[in-house]
Design a protein around this ligand. Structure first.
Ligand code: TNX
Length: 543
């Protein structure tokens, strides 16, 4: 009996004395500063969130719902100060947006922030400090939900920390989009760019133009055939693959994202990558010939919007009006990439437009096109953003550039005093291989292992201080030509997004690949609990 008693006492006292070491702190992205102290805070069913407003309540719910799942506790949010065992949310307007401080001290945790995102990130940090089992989707027994006494001061390096999902080439169901939003917030990322339009599918309901989704959202199913055999369906052939988000779906996505500090940026491609729209309304193209929604790669893309007809612009303004009503995003993406302007060269309306506007070539006509859209978008108080082709023929006055063909376009835009988001194919294209081609699933091409993503820096070395200020941040793009399931999408996104989150959040001097890799490995345990199909090969290959 005595032996048992001594054993119990030893175990209990060991637990109390558990001393965390810096190896227990495996946060990604790495916080700006942290100081570990002796002692710890232990969650139990009486732990309370001490809050003042709805925003703080929403942030606390992220953690409360995790505890509900694993312990079945209903951690309460209260507005009166409890005597101990609570997490207090404190408004501190000296802190920048998204910044937070976290102080864990035996019986009390304090999170200070100036806005919702800051509180949310404080909570997400607590989540990462807790045992990995907090991520389980099933009840977990025999765990002490303890986190070390620690003081963290943290703020992001960049304000645009994004991921793009190509929902056109592969239609991702709403549920997967919502899951992706959770995962972004978990890594303190704040932007989800939805590529809603491309040749192979139009994915958003537009009330004024129902054919966009009746026709444009569907193609002949070629999901299991290689992308590179160009396949263009015959007119009238049965189109069964596809889908789209209703306006109700979009509202749900946007509201869900807001509660996770994520801004959803819609992309409505123009003038090219729009065969799905032309298939629905041929009258907005130069040739006005009926076409079908292609199932595979389409190159070059010649069926583009006609830049000569005013009706094209009216159509696009109507579309964007509905889009802007749904998406509160300050930035509205209009694509602008890879337009083969063959038809513009022979189209009478386009020729006339060029004469009346005094344009010398089709590049200037594309620039006219984007500038005209930019006037419309900025008249609504929003900012146009487009792929770096929008620089050609002259950049629209208020435009922001998303640089994908390397960082060149971004550098040029910053020189012209425009804001940029860096998303170079070399480091940010998650449709590239992340390991040897013979062992990895078929991908677009290229080689972008997680270590290369980690080496990315959105600020170009040759930039002046002034130019660097125009770099809003960076973004990963998941083009989906070769994606046919959500689990494959997860495989391409993770763990590369984990590396990118640190690139975009943590200061440069705070980053080291050697020091990052053990943290990445420990993140895998959390991803296992979250049920994410990350590329397990990535870690061994890159270290
Ligand atoms: C180029 S990046 C495209 C996409 C393709 C991608 C494949 C960009 C603006 N356009 O349409 O999916 O390459 O990596």
């Amino acid at each position: 009996k005595y032996i048992v008693l001594i054993l119990v006492i030893t175990i209990v006292s060991c637990k109390k004395d558990r001393n965390f070491t810096s190896e227990d702190i495996q946060l990604i992205p790495k916080p700006a500063e942290f100081k570990l102290e002796k002692g710890s805070f232990e969650f139990n069913k009486n732990t309370k969130f001490f809050i003042n407003n709805d925003e703080q309540m929403q942030a606390s719910e992220i953690l409360a719902s995790k505890f509900k799942t694993v312990t079945n506790w209903n951690l309460e949010a209260v507005k009166e100060a409890p005597s101990s065992n609570y997490i207090q949310f404190i408004v501190n307007n000296d802190l920048e947006k998204e910044a937070y401080t976290l102080n864990v001290n035996n019986n009390v945790i304090k999170i200070e922030a100036s806005n919702f995102s800051g509180f949310l990130y404080g909570v997400e940090t607590i989540r990462q400090l807790l045992p990995a089992e907090i991520e389980s989707d099933k009840p977990v027994k025999n765990i002490t939900w303890e986190i070390p006494n620690i003081t963290i001061t943290d703020a992001p390096r960049f304000k645009w920390r994004g991921l793009m999902l190509d929902v056109s080439r592969h239609f991702f169901e709403k549920e997967y989009v919502l899951k992706t939003i959770d995962r972004l917030a978990y890594l303190k990322m704040n932007t989800l760019h939805l590529h809603l339009v491309d040749d192979q599918g139009w994915r958003i309901e537009i009330k004024k133009y129902p054919k966009l989704t009746e026709v444009g959202a569907w193609r002949v199913d070629q999901e299991n055939k290689p992308w590179n055999g160009r396949y263009t369906a015959k007119l009238g052939e049965k189109a069964t693959y596809g889908g789209f988000y209703t306006q109700e779906d979009i509202k749900e996505i946007v509201a869900y994202a807001k509660r996770r500090g994520v801004n959803v940026v819609p992309e409505i491609e123009m003038p090219a990558h729009v065969t799905s729209a032309i298939a629905s309304y041929p009258e907005f193209s130069c040739l006005e010939k009926p076409v079908t929604v292609p199932s595979g790669g389409l190159w070059p893309i010649t069926d583009i919007y006609c830049a000569g007809k005013d009706t094209t612009f009216e159509f696009l303004q109507d579309v964007l009006t509905e889009v802007m009503d749904l998406f509160p995003s300050k930035y509205i993406h209009v694509g602008g990439d890879e337009a083969t302007k063959t038809n513009w060269k022979t189209c009478k309306d386009c020729q006339k437009r060029m004469r009346t506007e005094g344009l010398h070539d089709v590049e200037e006509l594309q620039s006219y096109f984007i500038k005209r859209m930019e006037r419309f978008i900025s008249s609504k108080g929003r900012i146009l953003i487009g792929w770096d082709e929008i620089l050609e023929g002259g950049l629209a006055p208020g435009a922001t550039v998303m640089s994908w063909r390397g960082v060149k376009g971004g550098l040029e835009a910053s020189k012209q005093g425009h804001d940029v988001v860096m998303s170079p194919g070399t480091h940010c294209y998650f449709d590239h291989y992340q390991g040897p081609m013979d062992t990895e699933p078929k991908a677009w091409g290229g080689y972008t292992p997680v270590s290369k993503v980690y080496k990315f820096d959105p600020v170009v070395k040759s930039m002046t201080k002034e130019q660097a200020k125009h770099v809003l941040g960076g973004q990963a793009n998941l083009w989906a030509e070769y994606i046919s399931t959500t689990s494959q999408s997860e495989y391409m996104i993770f763990p590369r997004l984990t590396a990118l989150s640190e690139v975009l959040w943590s200061s440069k001097k705070n980053r080291s690949w050697q020091e990052f890799t053990p943290r990445l490995k420990s993140m895998f345990t959390r991803y296992d609990f979250q049920g994410i199909n990350y590329a397990k090969s990535a870690y061994t290959i890159s270290t």
